[in-house]
Each structure stands twice: as C-alpha cells, then as structure tokens.
Ligand binder design. Structure first.
Ligand code: SF4
Ligand code: SF4
Length: 328
C-alpha cells in the first residue's frame, strides 16, 4: 500500500521511472497511475454499490485445474468467513440501497455458517446470489434451502458453474466423476422451483452462438429449466490464456473500445475476504483479486468506496478486453 500511496501523490512527470527527463524502461502493471509507455492508466470509480460479495473461504470439494483462486479441499488461504462478520458488513450497508449480496468460494456450501449468512442477507431485504458447483456440499443443505426458497421465493438465486457443455471438457478441468453430480444438483434446483442460473465457458474454437445452443440442448435433454437466451440466467465466459501478454488499459481505451468504466465489475461491487493470518476481514476491489495488496481497499465498505486504478493484467484480460466481468 505504501508504494501505491507514493505513486498516487507523485507529481505528474516525476514518476519514479523518470530521471532527468529520460524515461527508463518500466514493466507493465507496475505503476497505478501510468502505463509502461507513459500513458495515463484507466481508473474506475464506484458508481453505485449494487452487489457486495463475500468470499466464504477457499476450501472446495473440487480442485479444478483452471480455478482462478486455486481452491481445493486443502487450500484455506481465505478462511471461512463467519456469520458474525457478514452481519457486521450487512449492518454497515443497511439503508444504502445495495441490491444484492453474493457468496462465492471455494464452495460456499462448505462454510458451516452459509445458511445463517444467506438468511441474514435475505431477511434484510437483499437479493442473494450463491455461486456453487451444486454437488454434495450443497445437497447436504436441501431441507434448509427449501425452507429459504419457501420464505423468500425468487430472492435467492443459485448460480451453478459448469466448465463446458461437454462431459469430457468439464471433467478434464474438474476431475472424473464431477459431471453427473453437477447435473443432478441442477436438476434438483430446477425441479424444486429455485431461481437457477448457470455460468459456463465457451472454448476458443466455438462461437458464442454455438456454445449457447449446446448449453440449451444439454439443459433440455437433462430436464433442467433454464432460459439460456437470458444473459442473467446463462453467463458464458470465454476461454482465456492467462499466461499470454496483454495490453494495459489507458484512459483513451474507453473511447477506442466503445466501453465505459461503468461496464466493469468494480464500478458496482466490492468483495469482503478473510485472509488466513489476518485478524479480521478486508474489503477488496472485486472477486478476481482477493490477495493483491494494491486492490485491498480497507476495513470497511465505506473506506473501500475509493477509485480503483486498473493496474493488474486481470483488469485488461478479463474485464476490459476479454468481456468477462465476473468470477467462478
Ligand atoms: S472453480 Fe469453483 S468448483 Fe472448481 S475448485 Fe474453484 S471454486 Fe471449486
Ligand atoms: S479485475 Fe476487473 S473488476 Fe477487478 S479491479 Fe480490475 S477491472 Fe476492476
């Protein structure tokens, strides 16, 4: 954080990379205010806090090869957030018009306090979105989920992540035996009238249209009621190579790309994380960057309302250039 504050306060034209008017080579994504070629870096302000996410913890029943947060049955880098901590943040945002509370993991249903947290958010009038793989951890909570669905009707949505519309690709990433339980979990949600969504991936070789069609055929064949034409119900993320080089985003990019800072997740959301070894949860800019100190914005939502310089490859790859705007 110290280096960020220093750069923020550095007068224009006197960055640490400039000596006697000569620009030294600098690495990409190293200065929050200026890109490697000296352009002004794009910054996103919090336009309106629509969604407050909680990272429930990194533990997961799966260990997917492409998990961006490296969740697994043993990774507890983000510890289970407690229901008391969630309540404290919900208290803080009371009356501020935050529409939605999101829970993401790891697998949220592995957190022992998940039902209490969901219910707390629902009872305060928020919509709730839970990102799950719909496997055994979720199925252990069937009775409580049915009770919540009954009490809060369409206010609780469960979004199931699917790696691909084919079993072979899905299991190549998620492990053998992960396909059928996921479909059974989705079918249970669908049959029992839950508000159901899915997040899938499209591969580099297939068009968005082909992928959408294939997901539609899959859900139809499996008896899963999900409107694949509704982008809020089926979110498709493109396949990304996160090792590949990527351009930095400058203030000029918005016009060039025909995009607005308001299209980016950090203009409308924040995420609360509890990192192992830290005494209490912190608020970070978005669901994609739970560990990077530059994107740690403070102890409270209020503190975290400040601008976010897009100083990470994920900003360019996933949000601005890649078109994906969310995690899991
Ligand atoms: S991608 Fe989702 S299901 Fe897979 S390990 Fe990560 S959190 Fe778990
Ligand atoms: S990764 Fe995306 S949402 Fe996160 S800070 Fe960067 S632009 Fe914002």
């Amino acid at each position: 954080m110290a280096s960020r504050a220093k750069s923020r306060n550095a007068p224009v034209g006197h960055s640490p990379f400039e000596v006697a008017g000569e620009r030294l080579p600098r690495e990409k994504f190293s200065d929050p205010l200026v890109t490697a070629d000296g352009s002004e870096r794009a910054v996103v302000g919090l336009h309106k806090l629509e969604t407050l996410w909680f990272a429930t913890g990194t533990l997961c029943n799966l260990a997917c090869a492409n998990c961006y947060i490296e969740s697994s049955p043993t990774n507890d880098a983000l510890v289970y957030i407690s229901a008391a901590d969630v309540a404290r943040f919900l208290e803080e945002i009371a009356g501020q018009g935050v529409r939605e509370i999101g829970f993401t993991g790891g697998e949220p249903f592995m957190n022992p306090g998940i039902i209490a947290m969901i219910e707390d958010a629902l009872s305060r009038g928020h919509e709730v979105l839970v990102l799950s793989n719909a496997m055994k951890p979720m199925r252990r909570h069937e009775a409580e989920l049915l009770r919540l669905r009954e009490s809060y009707r369409g206010k609780l949505t469960i979004r199931v992540s699917i790696d691909h519309h084919t079993q072979a690709v899905h299991e190549a990433e998620r492990g053998p035996g992960s396909w059928q339980p996921m479909l059974e979990g989705m079918r249970w949600l669908s049959t029992n009238g839950f508000s159901l969504a899915a997040a899938g991936r499209s591969l580099a070789g297939e068009t968005q249209e082909q992928a959408l069609n294939a997901y539609r055929l899959l859900f139809d064949a499996e008896g899963i009621a999900l409107d694949t034409a509704d982008p809020a119900r089926l979110v498709l993320f493109p396949e990304m190579d996160d090792e590949a080089d990527i351009a930095e985003i400058t203030t000029e990019c918005w016009d060039i790309l025909g995009k607005s800072p308001r299209d980016v997740m950090c203009s409308a959301s924040r995420m609360v994380v509890h990192r192992k070894g830290e005494p209490s949860p912190r608020v970070v800019a978005c669901t994609l960057l739970p560990y990077d100190p530059e994107f740690d914005l403070g102890d409270t939502v209020e503190e975290a309302r400040r601008d976010v310089p897009l100083n990470h490859p994920h900003c360019a790859r996933f949000c601005v250039l890649g078109g994906a705007s969310c995690s899991a």
